[in-house]
Each structure stands twice: as C-alpha cells, then as structure tokens.
Design a binder for this molecule. Structure first.
Ligand SMILES: NC(=O)c1ccc[n+]([C@@H]2O[C@H](COP(=O)([O-])OP(=O)(O)OC[C@H]3O[C@@H](n4cnc5c(N)ncnc54)[C@H](OP(=O)(O)O)[C@@H]3O)[C@@H](O)[C@H]2O)c1
Length: 316
C-alpha cells in the first residue's frame, strides 16, 4: 500500500496537535478521484477545527487531516468516474472530508474543476473555498442582482476579496469594510465605497443595503440590521442571524455553510482566466512550514490568502 505525508490531528487542541506524519493513501471508490496535491490554502476553519470549535467535525472523525481546498493533478480515479483521468490538472474544495494538507487527497468528482489556465498552482490552490463561499453567499443565498447595493464586511480577507470582485462583476454598488493598508487593496479590487471599520461607523456610510454579506459576526452583525433595506437580506457565514430582527426589518436572514461545487468553480475559473477576478496570495509556506502558515493565519489581518506549497519541503 502506498504511503504519504499528511498533517493530521488526533485530538482537538492547539498547534502542538498539528503534526506531520506518514499515513496510508486511500484508494478512490464510487465517485472519488485521488489527487496529488500541489498547493493547499489556509482557511479560518482549519483553526476552528483544530480547536474543536467547528461543529461539523466531531471527535468521531479523528484522526482528521486538515486543509479544505487545493490545486493538483489527478493520480487515479475509481472505475465509475468518467469526467477525469490521471494527469488532469484540477482544483477543488473537499467539503468536510479528510483534507488537503497531505500529498494526496480523495475528492468527489463533482467537486472538481479545471484550474484557470493563466493561474499558477499557488493561486489556483487559494481559490476554491474562499471563492465558492463568496459566490454562494452573494448569489445563491443573497440573490444579489445588477444595480443593487451590497455591504461586504471584512472585504480584504480570503472570502471578502473574492466577494468584492464578484459583486462588482455583477454590477452591484459595493460598500466594503476593511482597515489599514487593506483599504487601498479593496479600493483597487473595485469597491465603490470603502469604510475603515477602525475609525468609522459603517452605519454612517452604508444605508438601505439590499444585501449585507457578513463575514465578521457578533456586534458587526447585530449593528448591520440598521442598514438593511426593507425587502433586503443579511447573509452570514458565521452566527445565525436573528429571525426576529429580520421580520422587524421586513428582510430575510440566513447563515449558510459553503458547499463543494465543481460547476460553480468552473465559472469562477473562467472569470480568473478572463482577468476579471484576481485571487491574491499574500504568503506561501512550504509543506514543512504548514504549522507556521496556520500560526500566521491565527495572527489575523490576512489580506487575501495564505498558501501551503505541498509539493515542496516534505519529510520533517
Ligand atoms: N460558513 C462557511 O461555510 C464559511 C466559509 C468560509 C469562511 N467562513 C468564515 O467567514 C469568516 C471570513 O473568512 P475568511 O476566509 O475571509 O477569513 P480571513 O481571510 O481570515 O479574513 C480576515 C479579514 O477579516 C478582516 N476583519 C477582521 N475583523 C473585521 C471587522 N470587524 N470588520 C471588517 N473586517 C474585519 C481582517 O481585516 P484587518 O486586517 O483589519 O484585521 C482581514 O482582512 C471566517 O470567520 C470564516 O471562518 C465560513
């Protein structure tokens, strides 16, 4: 049986539990594709899972390989898979399955798409989770339409910076909260109105929003009700918004979990290929440096995405 290096956690805790080890490579069955990982990206969910704070990964799933999205090359496919073959370049979001901080990852064939031609593997690996979360939040759950007004909280982060560009591409009027050097970053991405959340109250700038896309939660979410237009929506990736507030404002509210979706990822790849969307990689770490990559994510203030180059630096 083939063996590989992977970062697994055997118990919930802190970065001390996040260790590289040698594990078996699982063979693909049914709709599965085995992908040799080139790059994987860091997402806040990795830290939440590590801490035992992510409700969709319980103790019964330990040991668990972290890393939710990746770019790589198809190694093997199960007999039932028709759309992919060994040697195909792919990228994807694994959902809640065993993850991509590993030399090989098993993925459902429907979660995969061809990476954008112009993007190198470092950028491609940064795309799937963040971009699909932004796409599904704005369009599937938020129903954002041309000419509408949208407020995106945390517009400089992984999900946010994709969301700013998707909303702009859709022809919405885009309001964004960010701080520090990230203000220019979101402006360059196409935000119409940039709000420094550290010095300004977003309520003073953004009013009558058709959609608030909440990537912050807590007090930011609660305060956001004041800026939602009647008939509008508040969509969050974090805490469940209050349905009582929603009906008091004649609005809609939802919290959602992003889902793997190869077809949507193919649409996103086409936008990247056309140069309409850029995905910003702020830092890249080797595979052996994956703990430092997670530590960097934990510090916060990430602009765009942090990537782990799985293909380099094995065997600590
Ligand atoms: N439900 C789901 O399926 C799903 C999917 C993806 C992500 N998420 C969640 O969504 C959140 C965002 O994800 P992400 O990947 O975009 O995270 P990220 O890349 O770590 O986002 C970091 C950004 O958030 C900004 N920020 C922090 N506090 C802020 C505030 N009060 N107002 C405005 N901006 C603020 C930071 O700006 P500064 O530099 O100013 O600190 C930084 O630019 C995370 O909590 C993540 O767990 C959920």
């Amino acid at each position: 049986m083939k063996r590989m290096q992977a970062y697994r956690i055997h118990e919930f805790g802190d970065l001390k539990q996040f260790r590289q080890e040698t594990v078996d490579v699982t063979e693909p069955t049914e709709d599965q594709v085995l992908v040799r990982v080139q790059t994987a990206s860091v997402n806040p969910v990795d830290l939440k899972t590590l801490a035992g704070d992510y409700p969709l990964v319980g103790a019964d799933q330990l040991p668990y390989t972290l890393g939710r999205d990746f770019a790589g090359v198809v190694e093997r496919v199960s007999n039932d898979v028709r759309r992919w073959k060994p040697g195909d370049a792919v990228f994807g979001f694994v959902g809640q399955g065993q993850g991509a901080y590993a030399e090989y990852v098993l993925v459902d064939e429907h979660a995969l798409a061809r990476p954008p031609k112009k993007a190198d593997a470092s950028v491609a690996g940064a795309v799937p989770l963040a971009a699909l979360t932004a796409w599904q939040g704005l369009f599937d759950h938020g129903g954002l339409r041309t000419g509408q007004r949208v407020l995106i909280h945390a517009g400089a982060g992984g999900v946010g910076h994709c969301g700013v560009q998707f909303a702009r591409y859709k022809g919405a009027e885009v309001f964004v909260t960010a701080s520090g050097d990230s203000l220019d970053f979101v402006r360059e991405l196409g935000a119409d109105h940039v709000i420094d959340y550290s010095t300004q109250r977003f309520e003073d700038v953004a009013q009558e929003m058709d959609l608030v896309f909440d990537l912050v939660g807590g007090d930011t979410q609660t305060r956001s009700w004041a800026v939602v237009a009647p008939g509008g929506a508040l969509i969050s990736t974090l805490t469940e918004p209050s349905q009582a507030e929603a009906s008091a404002h004649g609005a809609r509210a939802a919290r959602y979990t992003a889902q793997p979706n190869g077809a949507q990822l193919a649409s996103i790849a086409a936008l990247i290929e056309d140069g309409r969307i850029i995905v910003k990689v702020s830092e890249t770490f080797s595979f052996d440096e994956a703990p430092q990559a997670l530590a960097r994510q934990k510090e916060g203030h990430v602009r765009g995405k942090i990537v782990i180059d799985v293909a380099t630096g094995h065997g600590k």
